[in-house]
Design a protein around this ligand. Sequence first.
Ligand SMILES: Nc1ncnc2c1ncn2[C@@H]1O[C@H](COP(=O)(O)OP(=O)(O)OP(=O)(O)O)[C@@H](O)[C@H]1O
Length: 533
Amino acid sequence: MASVRAQPWAALEADNLTSLAELTETNLLKAIEERYRAGLIYTAVGDILVAVNPFQELLMYDGAWSGAYAATDVSGLAPHIYRVASAAYNSMVQGKKNQVCVISGESGAGKTESAKFIMKQVMNMCSSAGLGLKLQQKIIQLNPLLEAFGNARTELNDNSSRFGKFIQLLFESSGRIVGAGLEQYLLEKSRVCVQTEKERNFHIFYYLYAGLPQEKKAQLHLKGPEHHRYLRTYCQLTKDCSSEDSREAFSAVLESMESIGFSSSEVDQIITLLAAILHIGDIEFVSSEEGGGDSATVRNPEVVETVSQLLCLESSAEVSFALTTLRTVTRGEPVDKLYSCSKAAVVRDAAAKALYSRMFQWIVSRINTHLQPRDNYSRSKLSVTEDHLNIGILDIFGFENFEANSFEQFCINLANEQLQQYFNHQIFAMEKLECAKEGVDDLDISYTDNTPVIDLFLARPIGLLCLLDEQCKGLNGSEKAFVQRSRESFNKHQCFAPHRGNALEFTISHYAGDVSSDINHEGMLHLIQIWSS
Ligand SMILES: Nc1ncnc2c1ncn2[C@@H]1O[C@H](COP(=O)(O)OP(=O)(O)OP(=O)(O)O)[C@@H](O)[C@H]1O
């Protein structure tokens, strides 16, 4: 890539792809590629900004650039992520209208980095009004905290968001920042218990190992990371658990929490909870004769003791009981049935995932409490009062296509497909409607409508999700029956292709590419159990 310009420059006609003589896919791609090779990673298409990930640090985000884009009219400046942020802020203040920035792209495309640049620029613009400096710092501090608990290394991205987030920055009509609110979606909690060897658990576990003093680790009964089942699969475990980067990242997380307003006892509780989750993963089961056949009993009660102690639970016997026994109450009488070892393991992992995801929700809810405006801003859920203007920034996990795709990719890609539909609707369908209103009916805008693939997933009573539900609820539900039913139902569907050689494999044609799922690979129903448990 050629070197980038040292300063912001005035917009040229070529900066906007709508100036191309012929708007074909080939021409658009060629223009974006040529610009990228010339060091121009940003290109405008009307109001939309196309960003190509440079995968290297560019000198175009410092104070001088931010200042240049902080003008009250940025329409004459070249496309840049700061221009999007400034335009949103200016439109909000000048037009007294709420704004939203929707960021879309496949995993690793640079969405989270873009979201951070937008936040940074908006915060800089508020500070140029000389107001709310401390609050702005708190808002900027959200990123290291959320990334530590909600991001992880995947095969596509070393810092992949494993949850969706919608941040709303709240302002008075003068443009003074008064608070922020955060909503999170679909944390990939299954990652707490299972990862492939090239992927990691959530970052915080490695930071914890690198950053906690030895005596604190001993107090939490943490042994070397390779001793903990939820961590040991990863191939660079020892390195990442002791690196300087991880140590610094841990300090940054502590700093963020303190700056946002978490008390030291809350931070300590979170650290203890993380240790307890690691210990939960080490609880093992053996078959006992009691109850006949394969009935689980805890093999290492000392680990249950440690977990109980860390979670301040009075009786470790009760924890063991809950992990190995299903208790139902029939006519007022409790009836106990012992789990098999494999079922007890599912219950154990479900407990770890539930603890992690509730801790994540609690962190988000504490953030909302600390960043709420001092009036009537809802604590638990994002609900913005009409007194405030706001800029929303949506950054969800991007489209994913791995060699082996499972239930997580199924859900992530569906969410991206819905976002794409929203985008199509806003850009093309609304444009057509506007033109029709102005009497231009014969406008030739053709675009690929992705409604068929969304219907494939969501249609009722026959869509992929309904068919999955059917198998999950049925006593004899199975992956095989799910694929069989899907094959019968979508035999002629343009976005569904069964595989000839493998009865459990099918391909879904998404807007961003074809994704094959081998249901046998992980066992889709098993994964759903894990997810929803
Ligand atoms: N503007 C940029 N300048 C330099 N590097 C960048 C930029 N944008 C992205 N990157 C690099 O690309 C990596 C991936 O970006 P990012 O995490 O934002 O992707 P994403 O689209 O949010 O992915 P996911 O959907 O997996 O969360 C970053 O960690 C960073 O190294």
